[in-house]
Write a protein that binds this ligand. Sequence first.
Ligand code: GAP
Length: 513
Amino acid sequence: MAKQEDFFKKVVSHAKEYGFIFPSSEVYDGLSAIYDYGQNGVELKNNIKAYWWKAMVQMHENIVGLDSAIFMHPTVWKASGHVDAFNDPLIDNKDSKKRYRADVLLEDYCAKLEDKAEKEIEKAKKRFGESFDQAQFEATNPRVVEYREKQKSILARMAKSLDANDLEDVKTLIEELEIADPETGSKNWTEVRQFNLMFGTKLGAAAESAMDLYLRPETAQGIFINFSNVQKTSRQKLPFGIAQIGKAFRNEIIARQFIFRMREFEQMEMQFFVPPGTELAFYEEWKEKRYKWHLALGLGAENYRFHDHEKLAHYANAAADIEYKFPFGFKELEGIHSRTDFDLSAHEKHSGRKIQYFDPERNESYVPYVVETSVGLDRMFLAVFSTCLKDEVLEDGSERTVLALPPALAPVKAAILPLIKKDGLPELAEKIFNDLRFDFNIISEEKDTIGKRYRRQDAIGTPYCITVDHDSLQDNTVTLRERDSMKQERVAISDLKNIIDEKVNFRTLLSKV
Ligand code: GAP
């Protein structure tokens, strides 16, 4: 555990030291759970967005994009249910005065039980070696079975109580399990209360006539209220989707774990509109497609797992999360929900306008059903960044830190490094730079020894370093060093563009999706 915590601290400090993520308003001591993306962070984030957008919109003839406003009419949030039900159950510790989400306390308790189960499995794996039958062990080992049954029963009881708004029972459960304040160990808890997560603001200058608005807590509603506009103007037939990337805001009770749970964050959401009755087949299809999209990044299949929801939201008839193994354990990365016709019907009702689709094959109008895929951009960033950050011991015993990003996502694609700052080398480096900058985000660096410059580029994940030396002036070749293998080869300057492009273009990723 301590090792995991140390690694997570390294992730946070590396992100700051190398210009990926800074605490927001740091000169004023920061703002809790708000972060700014620095010069390298914004590039990595933009590349993740591009990967998602290209896979969703560019690669699907029946998915189109949208960029709806953050401010929406307040009735949107009444219709969507967010005004009445976008709550988290909170609980305070009377001694430490710290505030927690009651459901997260229970989920963390279950995660500890799961850790214990996994430790048993690991021990048995070592003991039995090659002959180990994991599935059989998991199904029959009394301790593993007990840990898992206990988790199941806790989560089922929590789901039932939250569903029935029986907050007293949620508190009783916390007390029965003797869950203590994680920071102080105190078990002196208040009652559990509901807390609405939406941020409010005002539209209009005069205080009396100003309209109460909310900062959107999800981008999805902007898609729903534009369904008819987009469908009519794009002439799309069902099934078709609308995709959007944008900011969302939630007044999270506990905002921790760096950019995992923020108060201002970005979502990449796609709502797929389908004929009623076909939604569950599309739901399965999208689960598979989204899983493939993640796997194509090459972060390792062992880092993902599906979690099917036991407690379905009132509007959903199926829901699952793709969970990722973050440095602090498996947590939700993406949600895939079959949202029925709940949202469009609710907006029909509250707006008094028809929000329907005329189906020429069925020869009838109806409210489409919706399958949603929703992934947090910042969580994607954290997943990619933390998994790719590695400390390596090299053959000569020296160490390096390398951010082994998928090349298409790397902030800088190549660094041009003149070996020394004289003899015409900077001038040739500048010429190469000026040629390649039309195609790639590249940088040029003259300061420090070549070794130090290589290390700096490794630390920000640059796939190639291009070293310009005296031979370059004679034969128009340069040394090309590849980040992961650290192999160096001599290549013609005229070949650089093609070599770099082959490595960093999105085609390789997209062809696996
Ligand atoms: N439209 C559906 C929706 O918003 P959600 O499960 O609440 O569903 C979708 O959010 C995704 O947004 C999550 O899987 C997560 O990746 C991301 N997300 C949610 N809350 C977040 C937060 N406070 N900070 C960062 N990402 C968050």
